[in-house]
Design a binder for this molecule. Structure first.
Ligand code: NAD
Ligand code: WQD
Length: 337
């Protein structure tokens, strides 16, 4: 089914990195966007940026999804057609150190959201999952039919797997639900306007935010976690996807929502090594990026990337932007900070 009408969309976690880019794409496509976020890992000024880009300021509620009555109040005062659920804690290493906090935040927030959706008859949801749900499947190219839930390296990743299972059970109980589970690979880049990007509170874990901190002189150098992997240059290979392409994937998922549970990989299908990422950043910035080769990071797989054919076939979506586009937009965003 294709919804050619404007919808009222609730975006949880909509002031965050991926949520804010998705808000821009949705508003630009004519949808009516409301954001709920507790601002734990994002800033209220993101709303100004969204308005500068789209000329529309989304309605905003500073609400913690773990607070059921505050969330219910949002549903009581709005009539949503669909929800895109980004809100969650996402730092992999931190989740190993603080598992209860991660299970508590990510699962309770989702359960509260689903209770409200049931109660207020909102039956369409797009959920932010992750390639981490595949664990260590023994192949490099991931298709959606690979088993999930085995050898997931972190409590964070397990919350994604558990939420996927909760959504599938919900559909078994109520087959009027339309559910799209999007498994992201490695999101990078920024909005080409330079107004939105990833600027996490606290110490980042992911490669690109660390590269940005090295480029700004906040960290002396990047540690490349291992160069003895069985890959052409010895460093790990990942499928990096421009955040604007990823945001557009949500629009496609929303517009193709149908009863059932659809699971889609959102990635480019191409792998890039850590050293190739460094070279691409240096080319875009015109400056050397200081780095050293360090030991392997626990839990890293040598190589994986998406098989994105199902998303093309069923959602009519594929990536259009390149690593070089992502580096250019990241540097543009860096210069605006
Ligand atoms: P982000 O931290 O920038 O955005 C998440 C937002 O959720 C933040 O603004 C945060 O304040 C908010 N939030 C967290 N807990 C909340 C709660 N209980 N109530 C209300 N708001 C809450 O992260 P992101 O990179 O934009 O990721 C968005 C989603 O995509 C997350 O669920 C993440 O796990 C998932 N994901 C991210 C990546 C990635 O590498 N960035 C990869 C795969 C999946
Ligand atoms: C990318 C590559 C590192 C930092 C994680 C989550 C996954 C998903 C995306 C949410 C790896 C190397 C990194 C550094 C390095 N998130 N690296 N030096 O581990 O592929 O995936 O984020 O769902 O669930 O696990 O991403 O950005 O941490 O690392 O050499 O300082 O960069 O070894 O090869 P990863 P990443």
């Amino acid at each position: 089914m294709y919804y050619n009408i404007d919808m009222k969309i609730l975006i949880t976690g909509g002031t965050g990195y991926i949520g804010s880019h998705t808000a821009v794409e949705l508003i630009s496509a004519g949808h009516d966007v409301t954001i709920v976020d507790n601002l734990f890992n994002s800033r209220i000024s993101v709303l100004d940026r969204i308005e500068e880009i789209t000329s529309v300021r989304p309605k905003f509620y500073k609400v913690d999804l773990c607070d059921f009555s505050a969330l219910e109040d949002v549903f009581q005062h709005n009539d949503f057609d669909a929800v895109i659920h980004f809100a969650g804690l996402k730092a992999v290493g931190e989740s190993v150190e603080q598992p209860i906090r991660y299970y508590d935040n990510n699962l309770i927030s989702t359960l509260n959201l689903l209770k409200c959706m049931q109660k207020y008859d909102v039956k369409k949801i797009v959920f932010s999952s992750s390639a981490t749900v595949y664990g260590d499947p023994g192949v490099s190219s991931y298709t959606e039919d690979l088993p999930t839930g085995q050898n997931i390296p972190s409590p964070y990743g397990k919350t994604k797997y558990m939420i996927e299972e909760i959504l599938k059970d919900l559909h078994v109980a109520d087959n009027t639900f339309c559910i799209s589970i999007l498994r992201y690979f490695n999101p990078i880049g920024a909005h080409p306007s330079g107004k939105l990007g990833e600027d996490p509170n606290g110490r980042p874990n992911n490669l690109m935010p660390i590269i940005m901190k090295v480029a700004r002189g906040e960290y002396p150098e990047l540690s490349v976690w291992g160069n003895d992997y069985p890959t052409p240059d010895g460093t790990c290979i990942r499928d990096y996807i421009h955040v604007v392409d990823l945001a557009k994937g949500h629009l496609s998922a929303l517009e193709h929502l149908t009863t059932g549970v659809g699971v889609y990989n959102l990635g480019s299908g191409k792998g890039t090594s850590v050293l190739e990422m460094i070279t691409a950043f240096e080319k875009a910035s015109g400056k050397k990026l200081p780095y050293k080769i360090a030991g392997r990071r626990a839990g890293d797989l040598a190589e994986f990337y998406a098989n994105p054919e199902k998303a093309l076939r069923e959602l009519n979506w594929k990536t259009e932007l390149t690593i070089d586009d992502a580096m250019r937009d990241t540097i543009n965003y860096l210069n605006s900070l």
